[in-house]
Write a protein that binds this ligand. Structure first.
Ligand code: SF4
Length: 694
């Protein structure tokens, strides 16, 4: 035990892990963080926290952190420590050389949902105003991009419709493709409290997650569907509601496009959507589906919470639209206790998307093809903006392999470990002339980098994060950046090294530019955040105090739009060689690929990824609990230990993806969502066999 002394001051800041966005008081002695204390004034957490936010901050001072910029001519060469000036000049020279040789659209950026709004805004500005193209994408591509598409199409904007407080007024909750107890623990606790008070729960998940049955909480229905059949299950629920006359037609007539609804009704009435017709496909008993549909339609205020088990599929966007249909069908939009709520995995997924990180959208979800919108930014930035949407992450990698995409700046994202089809990612990176990695550690992607720029942790940052309920929270600097430069300063210096003349002195000035160019942020200032603690967007002249509930009197797009959601089977099929379906998820103490949490005390709670396998499948393979197994798919293979459990159904296996030794994404395929290219992480046909270990 190290005695860190008695705290002499404290700073209120925001957790940098999940999208709940808990507030903490960082207690400090000198420049030494002594402890993180959950902040009672935090509106997202009200004094509660989980083991990640509370204890997993030791990575900030971990000896693995790289604190000096480094460069190398070729990726085979050893790294050479250089000054910030030399590193930035080297990066700028190589990126410009790539553009001169291969054209202005031959370089781009990938930013991270871990970064602040201000950092993200600057990175997309770097792309549009300095690189001169729209090749900007975010790690939200691989998690919630289908939310952006699906909710944009149906409601008019990509955002959760409610605040977390709303759950106190909910009577029936659907949790689909999410595991709040592990992934969003503080909200998970709040949800359990509401369930203990009598609200009913329907869980739609291939795995028996904790909420299905835990202390004093039991789901009324667990629809343990076969992975990849979300659309069929959601359509079956809607079929029952429509055919049994349970739809809220008064709400639909008043709030939704009636012609679209008529078209949808014609589609969903078809007997092929009936629970009895889909039972064999989904594996969910028809009687369970009918009972769940009746409960949701008649049980009072109904709210739907969903996660990556919805989005990371070849039909991720279709399922999001199906969920929106279900909410409109039952009149569950626009008041407390109802709504559609994507649970965002990372601290700033919402903000990263809001800030224009996608290659087709400027900040505030406005398309780059819209000349009026471009004109706002052209006037503010004094440049012309390319009207053509840029490349998404997978398209950048494809173009790199083809030889037309040559340089990339990657801020805060380990794409080699996080993205699907690791071999293809490596081939794309290896084919580029300039890979600039801006991160805390020499991650797997950095093996292919020519420039490494040291990043800073949330404890060293000033800025804002936006949580899953659109709440803009302040992040305040707790300690001086160990690397000497805040991340927004690095982006500014890179822009200036490439010929720009930016002169921001503080992130509050970046927020002023966001507010001046983005209507939903028009009234947001750091002074307002000091005064109120936090505020939920839209925050503008029409809503000066922010907006806890969206779509109250009308949808952002005007009338809500029902969209036909035809089920299309994934191309990933089981067969004799790969007879099982793998799906993945998280564990409470760890976070994503573990870059942060594995460098903290939380490793004591979870030090390896294991493969959950049903006793029936284990017996068929002669496996015992704890045995090493080989997990193989068409894409690749890895080795890990088996955990025999009936939490998964026969035919389904499950693992987490927190450890680089396991590299679960070596196994996942390159199939992706039809609308957004979000990878299909949640369905991979695999074989499991005995192994002697790694
Ligand atoms: Fe809160 Fe999520 Fe951080 Fe846990 S990880 S403290 S639930 S924001």
């Amino acid at each position: 035990v190290i005695d860190l002394g008695t705290p002499t001051r404290s700073v209120v800041t925001t957790c940098a892990y999940c999208g709940v966005g808990c507030s903490f008081r960082a207690e400090i002695n000198g420049d030494q963080l002594v402890r993180m204390v959950p902040h009672k004034g935090g509106e997202a957490n009200r004094g509660h926290s989980c083991v990640k936010g509370r204890f997993a901050y030791g990575y900030a001072t971990h000896p693995d952190r790289i604190l000096k910029p480094m460069i190398r001519e070729r990726i085979e060469d050893p790294w050479r420590e250089v000054s910030w000036e030399e590193a930035l000049s080297f990066a700028a020279g190589r990126l410009r050389a790539a553009q001169e040789k291969h054209g202005p659209r031959s370089i781009g950026v990938i930013t991270s949902s871990r970064c602040t709004n201000e950092e993200t805004f600057l990175v997309q500005k770097l792309t549009r105003a300095v690189f001169g193209n729209n090749n900007t994408d975010t790690c939200a591509r691989v998690c919630h991009s289908p939310t952006g598409y699906g909710l944009g199409q149906t409601f008019g904007t990509s955002a959760g419709t409610q605040d977390f407080d709303s759950v106190e007024h909910t009577d029936v909750v659907i949790v689909i493709g999410a595991n709040p107890t592990d992934g969003h623990p503080v909200f998970g606790s709040r949800l359990k409290k509401r369930l203990r008070a009598g609200a009913k729960l329907i869980v739609i998940d291939p795995r028996r997650i904790d909420l299905v049955k835990s202390a004093h909480v039991a789901a009324s229905h667990h629809l343990a569907l076969r992975p990849g059949t979300n659309v069929a299950v959601v359509s079956a629920l809607a079929h029952v509601i429509v055919t049994e006359g349970l739809a809220d037609e008064a709400f639909i007539r008043e709030r939704c496009d009636w012609d679209d609804y008529q078209h949808y009704v014609e589609f969903i009435r078809d007997p092929r959507h009936a629970p009895e017709a889909t039972e064999a496909l989904t594996g969910v008993p028809a009687a369970e589906l009918r009972a769940a549909a009746r409960l949701f339609a008649t049980g009072g205020n109904g709210a739907i919470y969903y996660g990556l088990g919805v989005t990371e599929h070849s039909q991720g966007s279709t399922t999001v639209m199906g969920i929106a249909n279900l909410a409109m069908l039952t009149g569950n939009i626009g008041r407390k206790g109802v709504g559609v709520n994507p649970l965002r995995g990372q601290n700033n997924v919402q903000g990263s998307c809001d800030m224009g990180s996608f290659p087709h959208e400027l900040p505030g979800y406005r398309h780059v093809k819209n000349a009026d919108v471009r004109a706002i930014f052209e006037a503010a930035w004094g440049v012309s903006i390319d009207p053509e949407p840029g490349l998404r992450i997978p398209n950048m990698l494809d173009a790199a392999v083809e030889g037309t995409f040559k340089g990339i700046y990657i801020q805060g994202e380990d794409i080699l470990q996080s993205d699907p089809d690791t071999k293809h990612v490596a081939a794309g990176l290896a084919a580029m002339d300039c890979v600039v990695v801006h991160d805390l550690f020499l991650n797997e992607t950095a093996n292919y980098a020519h420039v490494f720029l040291p990043g800073s942790t949330f404890l060293e940052k000033d800025g804002t994060f936006t949580n899953a309920e659109r709440r803009i929270n302040r992040v305040r600097r707790v300690m001086t950046p160990l690397n000497g430069m805040a991340d927004w300063e690095v982006t500014q210096a890179l822009a200036n090294a490439m010929g720009a003349n930016w002169s921001y002195g503080h992130p509050s000035e970046i927020m002023a530019e966001i507010a001046a160019t983005t209507p939903s942020f028009a009234r947001v200032t750091y002074d307002l955040l000091e005064e109120k603690g936090s505020v939920q967007w839209p925050c503008n002249d029409a809503a000066p105090d922010g907006t806890p509930l969206m779509h109250v009197d009308g949808f952002v797009r005007g009338k809500g739009r029902f969209i036909v959601t035809e089920y299309v089977a994934t191309d990933e099929r089981t067969g004799p060689r790969f007879p099982l379906l793998l799906t993945t998820g998280r564990i409470l103490s760890q976070y994503n690929v573990g870059a942060q949490t594995r460098r903290t005390e939380n490793t004591a709670w979870h030090d390896e990824d294991v493969l959950e396998i049903h006793p029936h499948d284990a017996e068929n393979r002669g496996l015992h609990d704890g045995d090493w197994v080989r997990l193989a798919s068409r894409a690749g293979e890895t080795t890990l230990r088996a955990q025999i459990t009936d939490r998964v159904s026969p035919g389904v296996v499950y693992t987490t993806f927190h450890h680089p030794d396991t590299q679960a994404n070596v196994v996942t395929t390159d199939y992706s969502d039809w609308a957004t290219n979000c990878p299909e992480y949640k369905v991979t046909a695999v074989q499991v066999s005995a192994s002697n270990g790694p």
